[in-house]
Design a protein around this ligand. Structure first.
Ligand SMILES: [Zn+2]
Length: 147
């Protein structure tokens, strides 16, 4: 398994050209939304939340890390949580269970007024670091754990 630092460095290195491309095609608010989603996913929503002995991503949640313990118990490391689509959806759905009541209670105060395009930008920003992580893990396996 590549160390967490390897995932973070590759994630930041990839983010730079992606932001350059995004800056030419998206509004500044969507670039900001993409960046925040990307960094949140990279640092707090790693597929390695499936490690039942904990991961750096889990420790970043602080006291809220407790919400990820059942997820880690349910998921086999590098199983479903490390698939390109289902792993990503599993963590969003799992987190949604905890966030949905908060969103519903504060919905009228947030007044987010998101467009479909912004939601797509947000989801893409969340998915790209996930895909990078999975591909890097697969590369590490192919190289015999040298990353
Ligand atoms: Zn991993």
């Amino acid at each position: 398994m590549p160390r967490d630092e390897v995932h973070a460095i590759v994630g930041v290195v990839v983010l730079i050209p992606v932001l350059y491309l995004a800056w030419e095609r998206l509004s500044s608010s969507d670039v900001l939304l993409f960046t925040l989603a990307y960094l949140f996913s990279l640092l707090w929503l790693s597929p390695d939340l499936d490690l039942d002995r904990g991961s750096r991503s889990m420790r970043r949640w602080g006291i809220l890390a407790a919400i990820w313990i059942p997820y880690a118990k349910l998921m086999r490391h590098r199983g479903l949580s490390h698939s390109l689509v289902a792993g990503f959806v599993s963590r969003l759905a799992y987190l949604g269970v905890f966030l949905l009541p908060i969103i519903l209670l504060t919905e009228h105060r947030l007044n987010l007024n998101l467009t479909t395009a912004s939601v797509g930008v947000f989801i893409l920003g969340m998915w790209v670091p996930h895909a990078l992580h999975v591909l890097l893990d697969r590369l590490d396996e192919a190289l015999g754990g040298r990353l």
